[in-house]
Design a protein around this ligand. Structure first.
Ligand code: DPP
Ligand code: ZN
Length: 875
C-alpha cells in the first residue's frame, strides 16, 4: 500500500448525514442494506465522483439512487471501492446492499463470529468490510440500525445508542431497532447478535438522569462480570467528579467476546470487550487481572467523551483520543489505588515497551506524520508516551489551568473531529502559556536524554547543575530541536529532608525546573553541604536521566527521598548500574556480582514497622532484562544479562534469607479474597519474597512454594507460586504444571497463564516445549489470546530463549508469523514487536535475526500489516 501523509490531509468531498442499516444475520447469506443520506461537502471539491471505501466487499443487487435503480454505466463496484461517476449536486440518498459471510472472517475486523455470537470490530478501518462507506473519522453521521436474526440463535440483538423497537417475525425470526442520536464516525459503529447471558445494574448521573447498565457474557459466567460492573459505576462517577463529564445515553452496554484482536473497543453505547478484561473470579483471576479489568473498563468508558463526543480528524491524531484517555484511566487508577505505586507500575510499563520502541527501527512520533498501515500505530508510543505528554502539560501549566483547558476543549469541540493543534490551543488559551515548543513532543520521536553534571563549591556554598538535553536520531529524523522538559526536583540534605530552595534564577516554581534549550546551568547558593539531587520526581518527564551518582548517594536517596517514586528510582538505578557491570564481566568470563548494600536496603524496607506492602514489593523487584538491554544499548548478549540478574537475585536471597522468611510468613493467606489495592499489595509482596527465596534454590524454599501452590485459596497466590517454581529446573515444577492444566482444563483464560509461564522458562528446552504446546487441544491459531500467551509469551517474555544463539527462536517466530498472516494479519504483525531491539544485539544473533526478517520479507503476498513492519525493521 501507498504511504498516507498527514501533510496531504484534505476535507472529504461528501458528507453522510444519516445512515440507515438493515442487517439480516443469516450465516453465509448475511445481508447488509445501507441507506445513506449524502451531500456535497461545502469545504470539499465540487463536481468530483463519489468514491466509497470497501475491503473484500461483494455488492448484492442493483444500487438505488433516491429510490430508483442505477443503470450499470453510472457506477462501478469492486471489492475495494464503490464509485458513483456523476453524483447529484445536492443532497441525495444512496442504497447499497452487501452480502457477508461472518464465519469466514478470520481477520476479526468487520462483522465476524466469536463463538456462537455475531459481533463487529470497526476501528480503524473495519466498517468498509461491512458496507461501502466514507471510512474516515471526520465523516460523522447519525445511525439507525435494524438487526434481524433467528430468535433461537441470537435472542440478544444490540447496536449503538438507545433501543427503539423490537418484535417477532415469521419463521422464528425477530428484530430490534437501535438509534444513536450522537453523530459519530463509522469506526465507532457496533452490533452484536447472539445467545448471551446478562447482568444488569443502573446508574443515576450527577444531573439525575437514569442509565441502564448491562454486561453480556457467555452463559454461566454472569458472576464473573460483577467486578467489571462495579468498575464501570466507579468510572462513571469519577468522570463526573474529576472532569465534569456525564454519560449521555439511556443505556450503556458491554459485551464480552473471546475472539478479539485488541483489549476492548469503545463503540458508542456498546463497548465490545476481550473477555479477559471483563471476567474475573478469585479462583481464576489474579490481582493483576482485576487491576487490568478496572483500568480497561475505565479507559473505554472515558472514551465516551475523549474519542466519541470529540473524535479525531484523521488517524494521525490517534493520540488525541488514546494518549488523553490513557492519561485519564491512569489518573482514575491512581485515585482508586496508591498514587506512587501506580506511578511506578505505569513507568515500568513505559520503560519496558515504549522506550525500546522509541530507540529502535519502529520509533515514530506520538503523532506520526506518515503510515502505510494504521493498525501498526496502536503503539506504546501513541498510547503511553501520549499519556505522558498530557501529564507534562498538566505539570507545566498547573492543575487549575489544566482543568480549564479541558473544559474549554469539551465546550469548543463537542461533536467535532479535532486535531492536536486544536486541543493544545485550548490549554494555551486557558493558561496564557505559549505552547508552540511543547508541540515538539508530538512531532519528534525518540526518548530525550537529559545529561546532568554537578558542581559543588564548598568555599562559597554553591551547588550547580549543568543540564544538557539530547534527542537521539530516529528513523527519518536526524536533527532535533530542544524540547520543553519539566523536571520536578528537590535537593536532599544530610538529614534526609529537602533543602529549602526559595526561588533562585531560572527555578520558576519551587521544585520545578523547566528545560527549554539544549543547555542550562542552575545554581543554588548558600548551602552548608553538598546535597544529593533528586531529579525528575514522580517521573515528571518521559526521559532518560543520566547523572553519575555514587552508590552512597543512590542508597541514601532510596531511603530518604521524600518522593516515593524517586526512592524506587534510586534503588533501580543502583541495581541497574551493578547489573550492567556484572553482565559485562560475565561476558569476559567473570562471575555475577552481588552487592551487600543492595540486599541490606531491601531487608530494611521489608523489616520496616510502617511498611507499605505494595511499595516494598516494587522496591525489591530488580530491573527487567528489557531495562538492562536498553541500558546497555549495543552489542547485547541476553544470556549475560540473564546471568547477571539471576546472580544478583541469588546473592540477595542468600544474604537476607531470614528477613525474606519472616516477611513471607508474616503475610500468610488470610482466607477470604478481596481484590482491593491493600490486599493485592500484601499478596504481591508475599510473591516477591517467595520468588527470592525460591531462586536461592534450597529444598525448603521449593517446598514452601509447593505448599503455597497446593493450598492457595485464590489465583494470585497460586500463580505466584507457580511462577516462582517455573524458574527452577526441579521435578516439582512439572508436577505443578500438570496439576494446573487439569484443574483449569475448561478455563481458556486461565490456561493462557499456563501457556505464558511455560513459554517464559529460561531454559534450552523451552522452544520445543512451546512447539509441543501449539498442538495442545486448548491452543488455537484462531484465537488471539492463545497466540499472544504462547507465542507472544515466548517471543516477548523470554529474552534468552527467543534470542537463542543458534537463531532457532527467530526462525520459529518467522514460521508462526507467516502461517498466521493470511488469517489474521493484525495479530501476526503484533508478534513482530519482539524484533523491536534486534539491531542492538551482538553480531551473531543480530545476523540471525536479520536472516529471519529477510525470510519473511521475501514472501509474497504479505499483508500490509506484516509487510510494513518487516520493511521498517530492516530499513
Ligand atoms: N479499543 C482501543 C482502545 O480503546 C482502540 N480504540 O484503545
Ligand atoms: Zn483507547
Amino acid at each position: 500500500p501507498r504511504a498516507v501523509r498527514l501533510a496531504d490531509y484534505r476535507a472529504p468531498d461528501f458528507l453522510i448525514d444519516t445512515v440507515h442499516l438493515d442487517v439480516n444475520l443469516a450465516g453465509p447469506e448475511t445481508l447488509v442494506v445501507s441507506r445513506l443520506r449524502l451531500r456535497p461537502n461545502p469545504a470539499g471539491r465540487a463536481g468530483v465522483p463519489l468514491v466509497l471505501d470497501g475491503d473484500a466487499l461483494r455488492l448484492s443487487g442493483t444500487p438505488l439512487l433516491d429510490g430508483a435503480e442505477l443503470d450499470a454505466a453510472s457506477y462501478a463496484a469492486t471489492p475495494t471501492a464503490f464509485t458513483l461517476h456523476e453524483p447529484p449536486a445536492d443532497a441525495f440518498e444512496l442504497t447499497l446492499t452487501t452480502k457477508l459471510d461472518p464465519a469466514a472472517n478470520t481477520q476479526l475486523m468487520g462483522l465476524y463470529r466469536s463463538g456462537s455470537a455475531y459481533c463487529t470490530q470497526c476501528e480503524a478501518e473495519g466498517f468498509r468490510r461491512i458496507t461501502y462507506f466514507l471510512d474516515r473519522p471526520d465523516v460523522l453521521s447519525v445511525y439507525t440500525v435494524r438487526i434481524e436474526a433467528d430468535r433461537a440463535e441470537a435472542p440478544v440483538l444490540l447496536a449503538n445508542g438507545n433501543p427503539v423497537e423490537s418484535g417477532d417475525l415469521d419463521g422464528n425470526r425477530h428484530f430490534a431497532v437501535w438509534h444513536d442520536p450522537f453523530p459519530k464516525p463509522c469506526y465507532l459503529f457496533a452490533l452484536v447478535g447472539g445467545d448471551l447471558a446478562v447482568i444488569k445494574d443502573d446508574f443515576r448521573t450527577a444531573s439525575g438522569r437514569h442509565v441502564d447498565l448491562a454486561i453480556y457474557v457467555e452463559h454461566g459466567k454472569e458472576e464473573r462480570a460483577a467486578y467489571a460492573m462495579d468498575a464501570l459505576k466507579r468510572s462513571m462517577r469519577w468522570d463526573e467528579q474529576a472532569f465534569g463529564r456525564e454519560y449521555d445515553l439511556d443505556v450503556f452496554n458491554i459485551v464480552a467476546v473471546s475472539d478479539f484482536n485488541m483489549g476492548a473497543m469503545e463503540n458508542k453505547g456498546l463497548n465490545v470487550f476481550n473477555d479477559k478484561y471483563v471476567l474475573a473470579s478469585s479462583e481464576t483471576a489474579t490481582d493483576a487481572d482485576y487491576a487490568g479489568i478496572e483500568s480497561v473498563i475505565a479507559h473505554e468508558y472515558f472514551h465516551n467523551w475523549t474519542g466519541n463526543r470529540i473524535t479525531c480528524r484523521d488517524w494521525f491524531q490517534l493520540c488525541l483520543k488514546e494518549g488523553l484517555t490513557v492519561f485519564r484511566d491512569q489518573e482514575f487508577t491512581q485515585d482508586m489505588r496508591s498514587r506512587p505505586v501506580e506511578r511506578i507500575s505505569d513507568v515500568r510499563g513505559l520503560r519496558s515497551v515504549q522506550f525500546p520502541e522509541d530507540a529502535g527501527p519502529f520509533a515514530h512520533p506520538v503523532r506520526p506524520d506518515t503510515y502505510r498501515e494504521i493498525n501498526n500505530f496502536y503503539t506504546a508510543t501513541v498510547y503511553e508516551k501520549g499519556a505522558e505528554v498530557i501529564r507534562m502539560l498538566k505539570t507545566l501549566i498547573g492543575v487549575d489551568a489544566f482543568r480549564r483547558g479541558m473544559d474549554l476543549y469539551f465546550a469548543r469541540h463537542d461533536g467535532e473531529a479535532a486535531t492536536i493543534e486544536q486541543f493544545i490551543a485550548c490549554f494555551a488559551e486557558a493558561s496564557g502559556h505559549d505552547l508552540k515548543q511543547f508541540l515538539l513532543w508530538y512531532s519528534q520521536a525518540g526518548t530525550p536524554e537529559v545529561i546532568v553534571t554537578e558542581h559543588w563549591d564548598a568555599s562559597s556554598g554553591t551547588y550547580a547543575l549543568d543540564i544538557r538535553q539530547h534527542i537521539p536520531a530516529t528513523p527519518g529524523q536526524t536533527d532535533k530541536k530542544p524540547m520543553v522538559i519539566p523536571l520536578a526536583f528537590g535537593l536532599l540534605g544530610s538529614d534526609g529532608n529537602d533543602v529549602d530552595l526559595g526561588s533562585d534564577g531560572r527555578v520558576k516554581r519551587e521544585g520545578l525546573i523547566v528545560l527549554t534549550s539544549g543547555e542550562h546551568r542552575f545554581e543554588f547558593r548558600g548551602l552548608k553541604e553538598r546535597p544529593v539531587p533528586s531529579l525528575n520526581r514522580n517521573f515528571s518527564s518521559p526521559i532518560q536521566l543520566k547523572i553519575d551518582l555514587s552508590d552512597n548517594d543512590l542508597l541514601f536517596a532510596a531511603r530518604h527521598d521524600g518522593d516515593q517514586f524517586n526512592c524506587w528510582q534510586a534503588m533501580q538505578s543502583a541495581m541497574t548500574r551493578l547489573l550492567v557491570t556484572s553482565a559485562k564481566e560475565i561476558r569476559e568470563g567473570g562471575k555475577p556480582l552481588g552487592e551487600p548494600r543492595i540486599a541490606e536496603a531491601i531487608a530494611s524496607v521489608l523489616n520496616a514497622n510502617d511498611r507499605d506492602d505494595a511499595f516494598a514489593a516494587q522496591f525489591s523487584i530488580l530491573p527487567t532484562e528489557t531495562d538492562l538491554t536498553r541500558e546497555i544499548g549495543t552489542n547485547v548478549d541476553p544470556d549475560a544479562i540473564y546471568a547477571a540478574r539471576r546472580g544478583l537475585k541469588e546473592a540477595i536471597s542468600a544474604q537476607i534469607q531470614p528477613s525474606l522468611l519472616a516477611c513471607y510468613s508474616g503475610l500468610a493467606d488470610q482466607g477470604s479474597y478481596t481484590p482491593d489495592a491493600k490486599s493485592a499489595g500484601r499478596r504481591s509482596l508475599r510473591g516477591v519474597a517467595l520468588d527470592l527465596l525460591v531462586v536461592g534454590g534450597g529444598d525448603e524454599a521449593i517446598a514452601l512454594a509447593e505448599r503455597q501452590y497446593a493450598d492457595a485459596t485464590n489465583m494470585t497466590d497460586r500463580m505466584s507460586a507457580l511462577a516462582s517454581l517455573s524458574q527452577v529446573d526441579h521435578p516439582v515444577r512439572e508436577r505443578a504444571f500438570s496439576d494446573f492444566a487439569e484443574r483449569f482444563a475448561n478455563e481458556p483464560l486461565v490456561l493462557d497463564k499456563w501457556f505464558a509461564l511455560q513459554a517464559a522458562i529460561p531454559e534450552r528446552g523451552t522452544l520445543d516445549r512451546v512447539r509441543g504446546l501449539m498442538n495442545h487441544p486448548a491452543f488455537s491459531m484462531g484465537n488471539p489470546n492463545r497466540i499472544r500467551s504462547l507465542v507472544g509469551g515466548f517471543a516477548s517474555g523470554n529474552p534468552t530463549q527467543f534470542n537463542r544463539p543458534d537463531g532457532a527462536g527467530y526462525e520459529f517466530l518467522a514460521d508462526v508469523v507467516l502461517e498466521l498472516d493470511p488469517k489474521n494479519p493484525q495479530v501476526a504483525a503484533r508478534l513482530l514487536g519482539a524484533f523491536r531491539s534486534w539491531k542492538t544485539l551482538e553480531n551473531g544473533r543480530r545476523a540471525l535475526a536479520e536472516q529471519a526478517l529477510r525470510r519473511i520479507n521475501a514472501v509474497s503476498p504479505l499483508s500490509a500489516d506484516v509487510s510494513d513492519l518487516v520493511t521498517r525493521a530492516l530499513a
